[in-house]
Design a protein around this ligand. Structure first.
Ligand code: 13P
Length: 287
């Protein structure tokens, strides 16, 4: 059964480790992540962006697929199904569809509007037992076709949004989605520290987990990060393994064109990536 992400993240914050949010794109992705979490006895959060939800034929399809897998694959570790960077309407749709957690990303609104909408959605999510993440300070990178360098959130605005009763908070600390450019200045630990001092026990979320070096990940966890989002890195691993299979001509040997064979190396590459991240984040054995 799907669970809200609150308890697993409160435990992670108290235990000084982080739970990975891995974004899903299809059945192979979902199965690879769930099986790895079960093998490693780790809690896990499946992230679904609005675009991925649409791609997978709607939020209800996603809920049906994930619930089916939890049962058929005997997944017993805590699993949350979480809307990633949801708009206002998408949040309501996911609450109705059976998600167990949502993120409302109001970071592009003026702070007053972000506060008002977040407050309303906190009540709506909690009324149905879902956890909710909010965002302050836009996280850069290539999102919606716009490439930004990664803002640093204002700690006072973080405190305002934290006080609305959100279960965990994403704050920009110079992190960006996608690959980091060669001239990236790294995470702003000064900002993270200032945010944690004002928000206390609230689990903080680090977006753009792809390509952040292990030492920065560890330092971020020590300063209150309890959830780390990874998407692009699984996509890169999947694409590289699939490319290799085809370039080696394996799709033309026997029944190598069978999607169950064609997609197997990519699926294994996702598993390997998820394992590496879970070990780095410290969530192995914490289910
Ligand atoms: P990456 O694609 O950079 O790993 O970021 C994932 C993310 O933050 C999803 O919200």
């Amino acid at each position: 059964m799907l669970v809200s992400a609150k308890e697993m993240l409160d435990k992670a914050k108290a235990g000084h480790y982080a739970v990975g949010q891995f974004n899903i794109n299809n059945l192979e992705w979902t199965k690879a992540i769930l099986q790895t979490a079960q093998e490693l006895n780790s809690p896990v959060i499946l992230g679904v962006s609005e675009g991925a939800g649409k791609y997978m034929a709607g939020y209800k399809t996603v809920v049906g697929m994930v619930n089916g897998m939890l049962e058929e694959l005997n997944i017993t570790v805590p699993v949350a199904l979480h809307l990633d960077h949801g708009g206002y309407d998408a949040c309501y749709k996911c609450i109705e569809a059976g998600f167990s957690s949502i993120m409302f990303d109001g970071s592009h609104y003026p702070i007053e509007e972000n506060v008002a909408k977040t407050k309303e959605l906190v009540a709506a999510a909690h009324a149905k037992g879902l956890s909710i993440e909010a965002e302050v300070g836009a996280i850069g990178g290539e999102e919606d076709g716009v490439i930004g360098m990664g803002e640093c959130a204002d700690p006072k605005e973080c405190k305002m949004v934290a006080d609305l009763g959100v279960d965990f908070l994403a704050a920009g600390i110079g992190n960006i989605h996608g690959k980091y450019p060669a001239n990236w200045k790294g995470l702003s630990f000064e900002t993270l520290d200032a945010i944690q001092q004002l928000t206390g026990d609230l689990p903080l979320v680090l977006h753009g987990g792809t390509g952040i070096p292990a030492d920065m990940i560890k330092k971020a966890i020590s300063l209150g990060v309890s959830k780390i989002n990874v998407n692009t890195e699984c996509q890169l691993a999947f694409a590289a393994a699939t490319r290799k299979y085809i370039e080696e001509g394996k799709d033309q040997e026997g029944k190598g064109y069978d999607p169950r064979k064609l997609l197997a190396p990519g699926t294994q590459a996702i598993k390997d990536t998820v394992k590496e991240k879970m070990e780095m984040f410290g969530s192995v054995g914490k289910a």
